[in-house]
Design a protein. Sequence first.
Length: 156
Amino acid sequence: MGLHRPRRTGHGSSRHGPRQIAGAGGLVALVGTLGAGKTRLVQSIATSLGADRRLVNSPTFVLIQEYEASPPIFHCDTYRLRNVEEFLDLGIDEVFNSPDVCLIEWADRVASVLPPDNLRIDIDVTGPTTRRFRIESGGPKSAAILSAARAAMEAM
């Protein structure tokens, strides 16, 4: 799937798709280079679930942030972590076992400890204002979320 003009698309996409991408209790594993748009996608998903857009930013230095939304959202950034143990020390397993939404930037750094049923979104920069998204589901729950997101996008 290609995406052009991220500023315009980021705002419009909050009306379609992200609610299905996250789903209640969904785990979204975001992978991409610095500046690929991981945080921008998180902002769109979080806003669609009722979070205040002004409060959604990259938790690079705090590592994990919680946003008031329905369902609640936990936003993690593993960029600065030295190893998987530091990620587990955050108490992330409690989030994995909850009905809350969990969005993880730089998820490839902690992939070995993520629940297998997650929605992985790889973001490739294809130009100054374009991105290519590869989305894979790892189990039945994430497959249902992906199917609902596809249906929402086809309806646009």
